[in-house]
Ligand binder design. Structure first.
Ligand code: FES
Length: 233
């Protein structure tokens, strides 16, 4: 029930945030739902030049399918929503409510195997959110730190931890090797990712909730409902 309620709340909030197409930028903070800012409503010079500011609709509509696809096909979220929404199975050792278990070897669930490709797409998004976190120190009147800076820095850290703890990342580091000991660098990376991987569920929830909270904060500031406190040096 908790899984259903939290995921539903995120879907409702995310849909509203994606379609509102406004109040997603409070210089120097950019909402993670709208990053990279491909619309001209961001200040000049904010978006990396090679991406441009050309999209006429809500930028979120163009961007969200990639992180959304990554999360929808994530091994942990699959377990969470198969169990909570489809009761398939409701828990360990509890029979499936469906008469026949067909697994993920047939259409449509076989498409969940695209997860490893979504992982490759998720890495540039983590890099873009890091760029936004660094830009969040660059205020119109100089370099500083604001409450919004804190939100964006924590957001970037959580996104990296969630992305690097992915099972596909773990396989990329240490998979398809006969002897891991002959590849010391990959073995070290694999050990590091394996440690993170044990926390994948926690990181999945923490990063999901934090994206929503960060967007909410930036929306409140951009819409004038809240004043951001910043210390500019
Ligand atoms: Fe969860 Fe890859 S398994 S993000």
């Amino acid at each position: 029930m908790v899984t259903v309620l939290v995921l539903l709340a995120f879907v409702v909030y995310g849909t509203w945030a994606a379609f509102r197409n406004g109040h997603y930028f409070a210089d120097p903070y950019l909402s993670p739902f709208y990053s990279p800012c491909l619309s001209s409503s961001c200040v000049d010079g904010y978006t990396p030049e090679f991406l441009g500011q050309w999209w006429p609709l809500s930028p979120a509509l163009l961007i969200l399918p990639f992180p959304l696809g990554f999360r929808l096909t994530c091994y942990y979220y699959r377990k969470a929503y198969y169990r909570s929404f489809w009761l398939s199975p409701p828990a360990c050792a509890v029979p499936d409510v469906h008469r026949k278990y067909t697994g993920e070897r047939r259409i449509p669930l076989i498409f969940q195997n695209v997860h490893r490709y979504f992982f490759y797409l998720a890495v540039p998004f983590a890099a873009l959110l890091t760029y936004d976190a660094v830009r969040a120190f660059d205020f119109p009147k100089g370099i500083g730190v604001g409450i919004g800076t804190g939100f964006l820095v924590v957001n970037a850290v959580l996104i990296w931890l969630y992305t690097l703890s992915c099972h596909s990342c773990r396989h990329l580091c240490g998979g398809k090797l006969r002897r891991l000991s002959e590849h010391p660098l990959r073995a070290r990376m694999w050990r590091f990712v394996s440690k993170l991987n044990t926390r994948h569920m926690t990181l999945a929830w923490a990063s999901l909730i934090w994206i929503g909270v960060t967007d909410l904060y930036i929306w409140l500031v951009a819409a004038g409902h809240l004043t951001d406190h910043a210390w500019v040096f």
